[in-house]
Design a protein around this ligand. Structure first.
Ligand code: 8YV
Length: 332
């Protein structure tokens, strides 16, 4: 019997391609050319599954043009590149890649927080430029991490990981804001206290954003929110571009209305707002929070587990809309 056909839409680990080839006829984009919508649709013809990353948008147009498609497996915990409602309506399963990246991403949130608060990249640029000629009392003096107040917006798995690192590792006073308050046991494990968004913005020394992107979370931080923050505070975004109004942030940084920012994600990335490139008090990284070799491999394997599990045994590991498909008896 011929193997079912799938598309791997971006370059991934060769060993993961080899694994998928045991189960499927794999069309893989190992050249890693970004596929626009028409190219994606063309490559998806006759495919029952697609392995995506956050870069490929799967919407109603794509689904209508690819009637053979049964599953879209995202190698990312965030899935704002998927129109899940359209997938449910089309009887297509959506899966994401949670959990395997939680600790790695929380580590990076902390790395960015520390680099920002202690002005690591700004001072390195100064040194590399040959500008370091003498010690001075306030040279690159930043803000403390230990004993300070850490405010986390979005207290899912990654937010909790950051809270634990802050509370237990650095003796920080942790406050959080979330759609819902955590159970008392989780709050105790994280040593975190629930507060309103305004109180968090007014009191935190470091604000870390870890909310999923949606229409509701668009510009969670804009000019009004930045104005509430302390002039000594730092803002860290490891969530998604669009959670922060990057233009407003660049103004706040330039005018020193907040101390500094650490950004791993950007509105319209890989483009970066040009004003963010010219302000000194910002640490910029190219969406690498989950980028360790073991974690990226685990994410790719989880996306593969979903493709194999669903297409061979109707058993996806981390489905997003299985209940919707089952309720409507829609699964293809
Ligand atoms: C991915 C991410 O690297 O998992 C997520 O949601 O943002 C990152 O870990 C990126 O989306 C590529 O798939």
């Amino acid at each position: 019997m011929p193997k079912p056909k799938i598309l791997v839409a971006r370059a991934i680990f060769p060993e993961v391609i080899a694994r998928l080839e045991k189960h499927f006829e794999v069309d893989s984009n190992q050249a890693d050319k970004l596929l626009g919508k028409p190219e994606l649709i063309a490559r998806l013809q006759g495919k029952v599954g697609v392995f995506t990353t956050g870069s490929e948008r799967i919407d109603a147009d794509v689904l209508a043009a690819c009637p053979d498609l049964k599953i879209c497996a995202n190698m990312a915990v965030g899935y704002n590149n998927f129109d899940v409602a359209a997938m449910s309506a089309a009887g297509v399963l959506a899966t994401n890649a949670p959990d395997v990246l939680t600790e790695t991403t929380a580590d990076f949130g902390f790395a960015l927080l520390m680099a920002t608060a202690r002005r690591v990249t700004e001072s390195e640029h100064y040194l590399r430029a040959g500008q370091w000629t003498k010690w001075s009392f306030d040279m690159f003096a930043g803000s403390d991490i230990h004993g300070s107040t850490l405010g986390i917006i979005g207290m899912g798995r990654i937010g909790q990981g950051i809270a634990k690192r802050g509370a237990h590792g650095f003796g920080m006073n942790v406050i959080y804001h979330n759609r819902s308050k955590l159970d008392a046991s989780l709050e105790a494990a994280c040593k975190a206290r629930y507060v309103g968004k305004e109180e968090l913005l007014r009191t935190a020394d470091h604000v870390v954003l870890v909310v999923p992107y949606s229409a509701a979370s668009h510009h969670t931080i804009g000019a009004a929110e930045l104005a509430l923050m302390k002039p000594t505070a730092n803002l860290i975004n490891i969530a998604r571009g669009g959670i922060v109004d990057d233009a407003a942030l660049a103004v706040a940084l330039r005018e020193r209305r907040i101390a500094a920012a650490g950004l791993d994600v950007f509105e319209g990335e890989p483009k970066v707002h040009p004003d963010l490139l010219t302000v000194p008090n910002v640490v910029l990284t190219p969406h690498i929070a989950s980028a360790t070799v073991p974690t990226r491999l685990a994410m790719a394997n989880l996306a593969s587990d979903n493709l194999i599990g669903y297409l061979e045994q109707n058993k996806p590991v981390t489905p997003l809309n299985a209940a919707e498909l089952a309720a409507k008896n829609l699964a293809k």
